[in-house]
Design a protein around this ligand. Structure first.
Ligand code: NAP
Ligand code: MG
Length: 472
């Protein structure tokens, strides 16, 4: 695949400061698909300087003009949907159908949403004798993961630009190609030089330099709780704004009387999508004792349809995980589940037959999982579902809320009001009721250790604004 041998800084592709490189591989077969430069602290410093220099003009550009640039960015991404899908499939390994439907379509929709929001947002309001202005926070350092690589970029960059902030992006080392493609689209959209800058590189080098740079006003991070915790601590020490989108261990609560077949089928699909590499995945299915055995049987039947395959094939529903380290981590968790006494209903720790070469994991379902097991507490980030039994609604609530995380969840009931009432008691940022579909304008973010702050829609825009009140 085509890759730029440089950093996108101040409106142009520039040579990296150092000689380091990142090899981008296809996890389906381990083949090398491209090499990109690994930036260091000097590249980060150059990018932050460009973003700082661009800030005065961009922050005072009328919102309608910023909206017009976002509209042009939307058009540029829309025109490249095919290329986006192919790139994400190559570097992440997600099935091409899913790459089209989600990895390409969702960021295009989010970008369109922000073009509209920027044009109509009330950047000024009146409160009593005060005029309150919502002003851009400044230079944003955005650090993104590989699991929804373009969505996570757009969910930060689009609202930042809408707000009038300027940005330096450090994307995940596994998925730098779609980030370079995004930089090309920004360039085509006529976004002024320095407003958006891209530094590819390694987390502990370029990522850390960006998070700790004194001229960055806000760090927006999506990724693991371990790294997020450190970024939050550093930002706190420097009295910087910080937004953290971290892990999850979300519960799919099926209440007695719900459409069990549908709840289980959608629940299994939710976990298997993107090979389970979704922070909001419903990785714990909670079923009452009377329906438990039937749910396990339905889950086993549903997961049998997820046959590992070549992600480039339109018919494939589950591909590899992103890299060998993740494969080993996920299969380690599967082995741990067996050791801890959970019952393997489907899958297992070994690679699927015929796929020993790529980074494949067998789609796995565990029954007989108890809330204290590691597979019921820790984020696995692979195609692994744990089914737990509950006694009554209070027990279900206790189990659902019994992890350090609180990102997402689902509730199924024949009575929508009962489901809503139950969802209100869940310690989590978003809950899908009876299969309610993803809304790219609804606030997305975590309770508890799943994060700080919200992304998407007007709440996502608000993260990039600070208020000033003038008393008249
Ligand atoms: P990660 O290390 O947290 O990576 C996320 C981003 O942070 C990447 O751009 C990474 O760069 C960067 N980074 C890493 N160390 C950093 C540091 N010290 N300072 C600043 N930036 C740093 O996550 P991962 O290792 O790819 O995945 C590990 C686990 O995290 C997964 O198994 C999963 O449980 C969780 N995860 C969650 C999400 C989510 O959406 N909530 C997304 C991804 C992963 P590099 O790419 O160079 O490491
Ligand atoms: Mg890779």
């Amino acid at each position: 695949m085509q890759a730029h041998d440089g950093m996108y800084i101040d409106g142009a592709w520039r040579p990296a400061a150092g000689p380091g490189t990142i090899e981008v591989t296809n996890p389906a077969d381990g083949s090398l698909i491209a090499t990109v430069p690994a930036g260091d602290a000097d590249d980060v410093a150059a990018a932050v300087a460009a973003a700082r220099a661009a800030f005065p003009a961009w922050s005072t550009t009328p919102p309608s003009e910023r909206a017009a640039r976002l509209g042009a960015l939307h058009a540029a991404l829309e025109a490249r949907r095919e290329e986006i899908a192919e790139t994400v499939t190559a570097e992440l390994g997600s099935p091409i159908g899913f790459s089209h439907a989600v990895h390409a379509a969702v960021p295009v929709a989010v970008c369109a949403g922000y073009a509209e929001l920027a044009a109509g947002y009330a950047f000024e309001e009146k409160i009593g004798n005060s005029r309150v202005f919502h002003e851009p926070v400044g230079v944003v350092g955005a650090i993104t993961p590989w699991n929804y690589p373009l969505h996570q970029i757009v969910a930060k960059v689009a609202p930042a630009l809408a707000a009038g902030c300027t940005v330096v992006l450090k994307p995940a080392e596994d998925t730098p190609l779609v980030a370079q493609l995004f930089a090309e689209a920004v360039h085509e959209a006529g976004v002024p030089a320095g407003v958006f800058n891209l530094v590819t590189g390694l987390g502990p080098v370029a990522g850390q330099a960006l998070a700790e740079h004194e001229d960055v006003d806000l760090v927006s991070f999506t990724g693991s709780t371990a790294v997020g915790r450190r970024i939050g601590a550093a930002a706190g020490g420097a009295v910087k704004n910080v937004a953290l989108e971290l892990g999850g261990k979300s519960a799919n609560v099926i209440l007695p009387g719900a459409d069990l077949a549908r709840a289980v089928k959608v629940g299994v699909a939710n976990v298997m999508a993107n090979s389970g590499q979704t922070c909001s995945a419903w990785t714990r299915m909670l079923v009452d004792a009377a329906h438990y055995d039937e749910a396990v049987r339905l889950a086993a039947a549903a997961v049998a349809k997820y046959v590992p395959g070549d992600p480039a094939d339109e018919k494939t529903r589950v591909g590899p995980v992103v890299n060998a380290k993740q494969r080993d981590r996920v299969s380690g968790y599967i082995a741990r589940g067996v050791e801890d006494g959970a019952e393997l209903v489907a899958g297992g720790p070994d690679a699927p037959e015929g796929f020993e070469r790529g980074c494949y994991v067998r789609p796995t379902v565990f029954a007989g999982v108890t809330p204290d097991m590691a597979i019921a507490q820790e984020e696995i980030f692979g195609p692994v579902l744990s089914i737990l039994k509950y006694e009554d609604a209070e027990d279900a609530l206790r189990i659902a809320n019994g992890t350090v995380y609180g990102l997402a969840g689902a509730v199924w009931s024949e009575d929508e009001e009962e489901a809503v009432a139950f969802a209100r008691r869940l310690e989590t940022g978003q809950v899908d009721i009876n299969g309610g579909r993803f809304n790219p304008m609804a606030p997305f973010g975590g309770y508890k250790q799943s994060g700080v702050g919200r992304e998407l829609g007007k709440y996502g825009l608000g993260e990039y604004l600070q208020t000033k009140s003038l008393q008249l």
